[in-house]
Design a protein around this ligand. Structure first.
Ligand code: PLP
Length: 347
């Protein structure tokens, strides 16, 4: 992380806790806080330390992330969602981590027969990504697990279109059919992500909800509050005349003399080139990014030469949802691509 950088992210602790409590109360379930991919760009360790008081479980995508949590004092249960390299199973056991198994073939690669190993079975109820699809394979896996000392602690699936009621009910039905076929007490049964909870999908058979986006407050709901803001300092102000151009490829030509500000961040900092011409906020004014975004710099139009303070690239006045709209993508992507080198300040 760049300790001395002029571009920085702030993480609003109160909003993060508010969102976590909201999802727990609304779902009336325990919370698996999804903090994979550097907590959707928010900073995994910063987020985990704040959420430690509200989350019941943390979910990450890799063994490295899980280890980093343990090394930084997180003692809560940790579930690794993505497949791992089983050559490193010892590390999983030493650090009391839970792993996801997606097939009988995977199970057969688990060489240690120990009751320290905690497994969640992933069921593919329609997304065709991770998980087992057939009842037959599920039965085979369960029979195999019975021959081992392992702890089968959890079972879960994932909605591919949680905003679509027909698809979601179909997936829920499939999940419950498989769950009902199993004579086993699970500690963790989980299916609902952010949109499923917001759409009031209440599944009494589940014990936990698995929430990512909603924790960060970047979904379309009046009940959650955004957590992340991204700011950059203006490092240079200059007057550009109407005959001149701004930036690579001479893409911007002012129609009249104008003041511009140079910011020390660019596409290497997660502000991809498609951000050109989108709004930013400074000193009580909305203004815009001009010219092509460079690798480590960009230029903005200044409302006047005396503006003060830092430029808000994402934050209370420029939401990640609006940025996503401009970039023709989803808010997940807008924050997740903010690189780890950017300083995160918890406020
Ligand atoms: C397996 C799994 N569970 C839960 C989530 C969290 O989903 P959301 O961020 O929509 O809450 C994700 C997100 O990608 C996921 O892949």
């Amino acid at each position: 992380m760049d300790k001395y950088g002029l571009t920085y992210i702030t993480i609003n602790r109160a909003n993060l806790l508010h969102n976590a409590r909201f999802f727990k109360e609304k779902s009336n379930k325990q919370l698996i806080a999804v903090i994979k991919s550097n907590a959707y760009g928010h900073g995994m360790l910063e987020v985990a330390k704040i959420l430690n008081e509200e989350a019941d479980v943390f979910a990450v995508d890799s063994l490295d992330n899980a280890l980093s949590l343990r090394k930084n004092g997180i003692t809560k249960p940790i579930l690794i969602l993505n497949p791992i390299d089983y050559n490193y199973l010892d590390i999983v056991l030493e650090n009391d981590l839970m792993i996801t198994v997606n097939s009988l073939t995977e199970l057969q690669k688990l060489t240690q027969d120990t009751d320290k190993l905690k497994l969640h079975i992933k069921v593919d109820t329609g997304m065709n990504r991770f998980g087992i699809k057939s009842q037959h394979e599920l039965d085979e896996m369960l029979n195999y697990i019975k021959t081992k000392k392992w702890q089968l602690v959890g079972i879960y699936s994932h909605f591919h279109s949680p905003n679509d009621e027909i698809y979601s009910i179909r997936q829920q039905k499939r999940f419950l059919e498989m769950l009902e076929s199993i004579d086993h007490e699970f500690t963790y049964i989980h299916l609902c992500s952010t949109s499923a909870v917001l759409n009031n999908l209440d599944i009494p058979e589940t014990t936990h909800v698995r929430i990512g986006l909603g924790l960060y407050g970047i979904c379309d709901s009046p009940d959650v509050k955004p957590v992340l803001s991204l700011y950059a300092k203006i490092v240079l102000k200059k007057l550009v005349s109407a005959e001149e151009i701004v930036g690579y490829g001479a893409k911007f030509k002012p129609k009249q003399d104008m003041w511009i500000g140079v910011l020390p961040c660019g596409y290497a900092d997660g502000i991809i080139r498609h951000n050109t011409s989108r709004q930013v906020y400074i000193d009580g004014h909305y203004t815009d990014i001009i010219g092509s975004v460079c690798m480590n710099a960009m230029m903005i139009r200044l409302p006047h030469p005396h503006v003060e303070g830092d430029v808000e690239l994402i934050g209370p006045h420029v939401s990640a949802l609006e940025v996503a709209h401009h970039l023709n993508t989803i808010s997940y992507e807008v924050t997740t691509i903010l690189p780890a080198h950017l300083k995160r300040i918890v406020i």
